[in-house]
Design a protein around this ligand. Structure first.
Ligand code: SF4
Length: 200
């Protein structure tokens, strides 16, 4: 089984609770207006990589970066639900938490019934659903871009956060790589990305 991968982050504190590895998939057919990552839309870009290879990277993160869980985001994770469900299942068995984002609402996922969607849902501890709506910018809760997006605490693992969401910070991470390129992730509006990375 393989994943069309946009990027793997071995350690992030900006994409969910605590220290996490992040599997950022390539390909999203939803095309929200104002999407902060339109470069993840094309399903033919990115890298084709096996589930086993991603799992090896996650295990390396666990051993070297002391992560508590993994986050699936995109792109649209439920376009590749079968492969991500397999990774999520291994993570759960290994004691790692699983956080999954979707631009689809749960009700849409049920209706569409894409292969593997329920398996991915069932291995998720914290599920965030709904498309980005740029006229409903979120200013209080972490990790989401708009107020329509919903948090579903599917297990007890992060239940305690529910009452305190507005006090959790959003973070922006910027990496200067050895080859001189800059990479960033976190939740900021697309205008902020434009200001940060516009060509001089
Ligand atoms: S679902 Fe996410 S990645 Fe897809 S268009 Fe909307 S904001 Fe962008």
């Amino acid at each position: 089984m393989e994943v069309q991968l946009h990027r793997f982050l071995p350690l992030t504190t900006a994409e969910g609770p605590g220290r996490r590895a992040c599997v950022w998939v390539q390909g999203c057919p939803i095309h929200c207006k104002g999407c902060g990552v339109p470069w993840t839309w094309n399903p033919n870009k990115g890298t084709r990589i096996s589930v086993d290879a991603i799992w090896e990277m996650i295990m390396k993160s666990k051993n070297e970066k002391n992560i508590e869980g993994i986050t699936f985001l995109g792109g649209e994770p439920f376009e590749q639900a079968e492969a991500l469900a397999e990774i999520g299942s291994r993570a759960q068995a290994d004691g790692l938490s699983v956080m999954t984002f979707s631009g689809y609402y749960k009700e849409q996922l049920e209706k569409m019934n894409k292969p593997g969607w329920k398996d991915l849902y069932d291995v998720t501890d914290l599920f965030i659903d709904g498309p980005f709506e740029r006229d409903k910018l979120e200013k209080h809760r972490p990790w989401v871009g708009s107020t329509n997006q919903r948090f579903h605490f599917l297990t007890d693992r992060y239940q305690a956060l529910e009452a305190d969401l507005v006090n959790l910070p959003d973070r922006l991470e910027i990496y200067l790589k050895k080859d001189g390129t800059v990479e960033a992730n976190g939740m900021v509006p697309s205008e902020v990305w434009d200001r940060l990375f516009k060509k001089i």
